[in-house]
Design a protein around this ligand. Structure first.
Ligand code: URA
Length: 439
């Protein structure tokens, strides 16, 4: 055996044959990539080998740790609140963070939620938040730290100072057909969570037509990988598997979703959104020691909602980030679309499908999302779903409302919605509201 370190080509060859990189090799490879010493084409070849050959659990953890070490990490010396974080793998109508973050801060946790912008049929939390007049999400790290010490929460963009390796690697994966690899996805997600510094992490892994993971089995595998990285890195980590066959809640579109999140904090939101918020929050409260059990966590979150503490904390958060806090009591101050048309059914029946993906695509075409990273989003437009899978509907009843910038955009969205909804002559089963937990 020679004493010299293997060359980059040897590392790629080894992965191609299904072998493993040692922790030192993994770190050297990634730091070489960041410094420009290892070129894109060699990293692309290695990525493709990982897509086919996977990584061992130890290798995935080391890959994630090396990514974390590529940039700054947040820590919270002297903070008198337990730190928590949440990640969702993304779905249509998912505004859970906007409800959960203020409730958790009101419960005594410190919650820095770093989010992304939407791309494709799933919306981004930042785009939703920026529908509130004046809100700023790009806070420098120092300002964000000070805000969390003061009010217990921040909802901000992913800082470029955290995990620069992920940014560079993700851009390369995007153009080399190497996004869909369990260890690469899990490492990318968890590196950002670990760098965020929270001690307790809950992951909402969605599955179904509107989600990144199409099947429950894939979602389970991703959840197990994420939890194993989190626990391996010394963080209390759990994952909740939640269905994404139809949009979460009713609203899809930025200002419409903010309105629904506010309604939920006032106790008037859709049941599925509240249930998921409770589930994720109860795990966080239990893991962080703020509740003795998940049931106690649920009770305390419900009390914080009913007492108005959650809504008040959202107001404080909006104000801290430069937005107009009056929207929490007067949601009519949010942007609204000039054209609103219902999409009605001609026939009676039971709703068998309200396809999340197609509804997400219809909202995207209205301007609520972006097809390319450079596209602007229209905060006012979107879709409000009025019939859920399993509902009985009569002829002439609206299945959804389209909020559009123009008559022609509304007509086009209604055409798209025709293929989103399928009615059955026989009763259709509602989507079960149980969640599987991993970890
Ligand atoms: N989300 C991420 O942050 N990374 C991935 O690789 C996929 C989804």
């Amino acid at each position: 055996m020679s004493g010299s370190a293997p060359s980059t080509v040897e590392l790629i060859e080894r992965k191609k044959r299904g072998g493993e990189l040692s922790p030192d090799e993994m770190r050297g490879f990634l730091s070489g990539y960041l410094s420009g010493e290892v070129p894109d084409y060699q990293v692309a070849a290695w990525l493709m080998a990982v897509v086919w050959r996977g990584m061992t659990e130890a290798e995935t953890l080391e890959f994630t740790r090396a990514m974390v070490d590529s940039g700054e990490t947040l820590d919270w010396p002297g903070l008198d609140r337990p730190t928590v974080d949440k990640h969702s793998t993304g779905g249509v109508g998912d505004k859970t963070s906007i409800v959960l973050v203020p409730l958790m801060a009101a419960a005594g946790a410190a919650f820095v939620k770093m989010s992304g912008r939407g791309l494709g049929h799933t919306g981004g939390t930042l785009d939703k938040l920026e529908a509130i007049p004046g809100v700023r999400c790009e806070l420098p790290l120092d300002e964000m730290r000070a805000q969390v010490r003061r009010i217990g929460c921040a909802l901000v963009g992913q800082s470029g100072e955290l995990v620069p390796a992920d940014k560079k690697l993700y851009a390369l994966r995007d153009v080399t057909g190497t996004v869909d690899s369990m260890p690469l996805i899990a490492g990318s997600i968890m590196s950002k969570k670990l760098a965020g510094g929270a001690r307790s992490i809950v992951l909402d892994v969605k599955w179904g037509s509107g989600a990144f993971m199409q099947t429950l089995d894939d979602a389970r595998e991703l959840a197990r990988t994420l939890v194993s990285i989190g626990n391996g890195a010394g963080r209390r980590t759990r994952a909740v598997l939640s269905p994404m066959r139809q949009p979460l809640g009713r609203a899809v579109g930025n200002a419409l979703e903010i309105r629904e999140a506010i309604d939920t904090l006032h106790g008037r939101g859709p049941a599925d959104l509240w249930r998921l918020t409770l589930e994720l929050g109860a795990h966080l409260l239990e893991m962080s020691g703020l509740a003795a059990s998940a049931d106690e966590g649920r009770a305390s979150l419900t009390w914080l909602r009913d007492s108005g503490a959650g809504a008040r904390t959202l107001q404080t958060l909006i104000e801290a980030q430069g937005g107009d806090p009056r929207v929490v009591d007067q949601p009519d101050l949010l942007p609204s679309a000039p054209v609103i048309h219902p999409y009605t059914t001609d026939l009676p029946g039971w709703v068998a499908q309200a396809d999340a993906r197609t509804i997400g695509d219809a909202a995207l075409a209205l301007g609520a999302g972006r097809k390319t990273k450079a596209d602007p989003v229209d905060p006012a437009v979107g879709i409000v779903v009025r019939a859920r899978i399993g509902d009985r509907v009569e002829a002439g009843q609206p299945l959804a409302d389209v909020h559009a910038r123009s008559e022609s955009a509304a007509r086009e969205a209604i055409e798209r919605l025709r293929s989103a909804f399928v009615l059955s002559v026989r009763p259709a089963e509602a989507v079960p509201d149980e969640y599987e937990t991993v970890g």
